[in-house]
Design a protein around this ligand. Structure first.
Ligand code: PXG
Length: 461
């Protein structure tokens, strides 16, 4: 049986009858019916009605090598034929996770040489929480277990992931978060910088919020600080250049571990293999997933720095933690081939030296001056457009978040997949985007902004 035997209406009815979607108002979706994406190729996705849409989000921040990569399908096929599954428990290993671990260690910052596999970013963050707290316990400091995170952070949807994250809506549905996690201000200059405050000074002030939280708890009680190098789902919030070096300095001063969540930024997005390298910092853990396989298979890797790894290995005994699919041979085969593609095609260098700067320039020259746009910002191939009612005062449309949805809907109708988060449009395209595709994206976004402007003007009057 293939889906082609079903009409869109039939598929939507079955979807509504049986399928609870993630991050979805279920009743609302049942009214609207879901868009069926049925195939994809290169930078484009196609829906069941034959519409071609340029994917400005690389799926969900993950399809870095673009769609239609036959060699990834072949890597999975070959591995499935030879060994579809075996576990890494009980003194066993399979070859592909071993080789992939070595590959990642070679690409990662110098202090990182070990990793722990899972199937999702959320799982990797659960592992990270357990690992850093266990580390301090092994070091004879079990009380040093508070973790500092940030408001609006996104670290996943499991209980630990949602607790680490700073999304209020998610906390309100947790029925009890993982204890001893606190959230401080995010480094979001567009809304939080004071009048006249320079980016540099704002970055230092946002970092100081972390220092204040450490001092409030007492450094002897703080295990770690966790942050996305660039907040992704929270709205592509790019911190000022002063922020991360200052965070590193503060963490070192108080002997607090630095955990980076690079589930979005890992494997090339910012023009380096890891954003840690873009920002020149040396974290103790790096959470990675998504682009590790370009989304072709579910796979995550928590990269573990030498300091934690040596304690866990030397003093830890058995670490009571692991997933059935930790080091899945098929996912790892795809991961290996995916990293080979990124290397072979020079995608990281291309983002750094060519498409990243071109993307920034294109947003600045062709989008920033639009009446609805308060700010554009980007780093590598990750960008944001702030939607405002009034550029000068940064006043937003009411109700909050409504205007960005209007822009998004016009964008999709005009063949451009974008995400709206709050009043911010966000983009995270495949790293295969060329200058021509960036031009095409800007044209479509500009058109969506024009159409949204007309709609919003009507609503206003
Ligand atoms: N950390 C970060 C920084 C993420 O962006 C996760 C952890 C969790 O990964 P998994 O694989 O468990 O989903 C993510 C995931 C959005 C959106 O709306 C973003 C994510 C997931 C779902 C939706 O932008 N990021």
């Amino acid at each position: 049986m293939t889906y082609q035997n079903f009409s869109l209406k039939q598929l939507q009815a079955i979807d509504a009858a049986h399928h609870l979607h993630p991050f979805t108002d279920h009743k609302d979706l049942r009214g609207a019916g879901s868009r069926m994406i049925t195939r994809a190729d290169g930078p484009f996705i196609y829906d069941s009605e034959g519409n071609e849409i340029l994917d400005g989000m690389a799926g969900l921040w993950c399809v870095n090598v673009g769609y239609g990569r036959t060699e990834l399908a072949e890597a999975a096929y070959e591995q499935m034929k030879e060994l579809p599954y075996y576990n890494s428990f009980f003194r066993c290993s399979t070859p592909t996770p071993v080789l992939l671990a070595a590959k990642i260690a070679a690409l990662a910052p110098a202090n990182i040489n070990q990793l722990f596999y899972g199937s999702s970013g959320s799982e990797a963050n659960d592992t990270a929480v357990r690992l850093v707290r266990h580390y301090w316990a092994l070091e004879g400091k079990p009380q040093k277990n508070r973790i500092i995170s940030r408001e609006m952070a996104y670290h996943g949807s499991t209980v630990a992931g949602a607790s680490l994250g700073g999304m209020e809506g998610m906390h309100s549905q947790l029925g009890g978060a993982v204890p001893n996690i606190v959230h401080v201000m995010m480094p979001y200059a567009y809304e939080l910088a004071l009048p006249g405050e320079s980016d540099h000074d704002f970055g230092l002030r946002a970092a100081k919020a972390v220092e204040d939280a450490i001092l409030e708890a007492g450094p002897e009680n703080v295990a770690a600080f966790i942050g996305e190098p660039i907040m992704g789902a929270g709205g592509v919030k790019i911190p000022p250049a002063s922020y991360w070096p200052e965070i590193q300095r503060i963490c070192r001063k108080y002997d607090v571990l630095l955990m980076l969540d690079e589930v979005i930024t890992g494997y090339g997005r910012t023009g380096s293999w890891f954003a840690a390298q873009t920002f020149g910092i040396e974290p103790d853990t790096i959470t990675t997933a998504k682009a590790l396989t370009s989304g072709y298979q579910p796979l995550s890797a928590l990269l573990v720095g030498d300091r934690i790894a040596s304690t866990i290995i030397e003093k830890g005994g058995e670490f009571y933690h692991g997933y059935t699919y930790s080091g899945h041979p098929v996912a790892c085969a795809v991961g290996l081939r995916n990293l080979e593609i990124i290397e072979r095609e020079g995608l990281v260098e291309r983002v750094k030296n060519d498409t990243g700067p071109y993307f920034a320039e294109a947003l600045e020259e062709r989008i920033a001056d639009h009446e609805l746009v308060g700010e554009v910002r980007s780093i590598g191939l990750m960008g944001a457009i702030e939607i405002v009612k009034d550029k000068a005062t940064k006043q937003r449309f009411e109700p909050a978040g409504s205007a960005a949805v209007v822009v998004r809907d016009h964008a999709i109708a005009n063949g451009m997949m974008l995400r709206a988060t709050g009043d911010t449009m966000i983009m995270s395209p495949p790293l295969i985007w060329t200058r021509d595709i960036i031009d095409m994206a800007c044209e479509r976004i500009r058109k969506a902004l024009d159409l949204a402007k007309d709609d919003l003007a009507r609503i206003r009057t």
